[in-house]
Design a protein. Structure first.
Length: 137
């Protein structure tokens, strides 16, 4: 007869279990990094849209950052023109050093001095910085 004994199968299963126990946390961290990077790009896009609207409309644009709900809202002429629920869309947390940012008609950020938005999911985190001139990096 050909085949494997129960002892051989148990040893093989134990080895597979140890390998999975080692690789799953690493894979989870990589997945979290990908999600955080995608969410960071959403934050950058929303901030960039606010600056572009200010430049195109020659008007003041307010970008408010709600850390509790993880939502970025853009207002121009007192009306909301864009809203993005980054936390809900990506399953991340947002922490901002300020609750709002104002772009003037020239695209210069007012109240943007050292604005940073931290996007976090478990151990993975990335930061979006806005310079006092309104540049996003």
């Amino acid at each position: 007869m050909r085949g494997f004994t129960i002892l051989e199968l148990l040893i093989a299963m134990m080895i597979a279990g140890v390998l999975l126990a080692i690789s799953i946390p690493h894979a989870q961290l990589q997945l979290d990094r990908v999600v955080v990077h995608s969410a960071r790009e959403d934050v950058r896009a929303a901030l960039s849209l606010g600056r572009t609207l200010a430049l195109a409309g020659h008007a003041r644009v307010v970008v408010s950052i709600d850390s509790t709900s993880g939502t970025l809202r853009i207002r121009q002429y007192g009306q909301q023109v864009h809203s993005r629920g980054v936390a809900h869309a990506h399953g991340v947390r947002l922490v901002a050093t300020r609750d709002s940012l104002v772009y003037d008609a020239h695209g210069v950020g007012r109240g943007a001095t050292n604005l940073s938005v931290i996007v976090r999911r478990r151990a993975a985190a990335e930061t979006v910085f806005v310079s006092r001139l309104g540049r996003i990096r």
